[in-house]
Ligand binder design. Structure first.
Ligand SMILES: NCc1[nH]cc(CCC(=O)O)c1CC(=O)O
Ligand SMILES: [Mg+2]
Length: 338
């Protein structure tokens, strides 16, 4: 084409959305969403021992660590600006039983890790998980009678577990069990013990998902889990039900709510954030982490860019923050980009 022909093809457009994208400064100027280290919560796996660090095979780059190493790693994450960590124990299989007895032991792994972290990194928030699965011989989040996961009996144990964790210094109690009524029971139990300021982040909309596989590997429940969790975790087909779950947890005293898994459920995150105007978190679960890492390691996608884009997507959907195994790595990248 001649110059003349080219100029005659100019469209008489008034609006040209590309104008705002023409340079880095302009793209920054019109950016609607930002990601910051303060948006990241780091889930970590703890094991017994000292100086121990074992890789989780289905989660490249993720380790189960003894309390001493975990506390050091948490201090480093705190220095990068990560505001909170979430603790998950891999309990010695010999200590797991039908009743999840160790969940109520004030010296269990999580309680000791909590105290150690409070000492090493006093300025980071410590989130402890309330659910029985790391402690039961059958791998379920509640007490089992025959084939049934008992609701009310489980809730009584969960409330006691929450108080045990608060006594160890937990800042936020995060019930991930999906029993009905547990948030209210935990709130009253905490208040009765003088823990009015301990927050509750409820896993309000937690789905029965295939994406938890690598996590169960990390805490050692994959082999023991009998059956599945569909009688208490939500059906992936449902969305109105998620709103009802959140409404109930807020009525019962939840300070923040969570949706889990994350990326396949961004519609749920968005609906909840828009409906309740309450801090809404998303959990980018183990299987989501594993997918990005596997594709990255195969050279099928740019791992770092996929990681950052996935995290930003949670913010765009309306999440106040994201639980992610990428937390320290993403925080480091964000620092270096400044
Ligand atoms: N209380 C169980 C619990 N808490 C966090 C996760 C999953 C986290 C992840 O996959 O990263 C699970 C798994 C499950 O419900 O079996
Ligand atoms: Mg519920």
């Amino acid at each position: 084409m001649t110059d003349r022909e080219i100029s005659s093809t100019r469209l008489p457009l008034v609006q040209r959305p590309r104008r705002n994208r023409k340079s880095d400064w302009s793209r920054r100027l019109v950016r609607e969403t930002t990601l910051d280290a303060s948006d990241l919560i780091w889930p970590i796996f703890v094991i017994e021992g000292e100086g121990r660090r074992e890789p989780v095979s289905s989660m490249p780059g993720v380790f189960r660590q003894s309390i001493d190493l975990a506390a050091q790693a948490v201090a480093e994450a705190a220095a990068l600006g990560v505001p909170a960590v979430a603790l998950f124990p891999n309990t010695d299989p010999k200590l797991r039983d039908e009743k999840a007895s160790v969940a109520l032991d004030p010296n269990n792994l999580v309680c000791r890790a909590c105290r150690a972290i409070k000492e090493t990194a006093p300025d980071i928030g410590v989130i402890t998980d309330v659910a029985l699965d790391p402690y039961t011989s059958h791998g379920h989040d509640g007490l089992l009678s025959g084939d049934e996961i008992l609701n009310d009996e489980t809730v009584a144990v969960l409330a006691a577990q929450a108080v045990t964790q608060a006594r160890a210094g937990a800042d936020i109690i995060a019930p991930s069990d999906m029993m009905d009524g547990r948030v209210g029971a935990i709130r009253s139990a905490l208040d009765a013990e003088g823990f009015q300021n301990v927050q509750i982040m409820s896993y309000a909309a937690k789905y029965a998902s295939a994406f938890y596989g690598p996590f169960r590997d990390a805490i050692g429940t994959n082999k023991t889990l009998r059956g599945d969790k569909r009688a208490y975790q939500m059906d992936p087909a449902n969305t109105d039900e998620a709103l009802r779950e959140v409404a109930l947890d807020l009525e019962q005293g939840a300070d923040m709510v969570m949706v889990k898994p994350g990326m396949p459920y961004l519609d749920i995150v968005h609906r909840i954030a828009e409906t309740f105007h309450t801090p809404t978190f998303a959990y980018q679960v183990s299987g989501e982490y594993a997918m990005i890492m596997a594709a990255g390691q195969n050279g099928w996608l740019d791992e770092e860019r996929a990681m950052m884009e996935s995290l930003l997507a949670f913010k765009r959907a309306g999440a106040a923050g994201v639980l992610t195994y990428f937390a320290p790595r993403a925080a480091e990248l964000l620092r270096d980009a400044k």
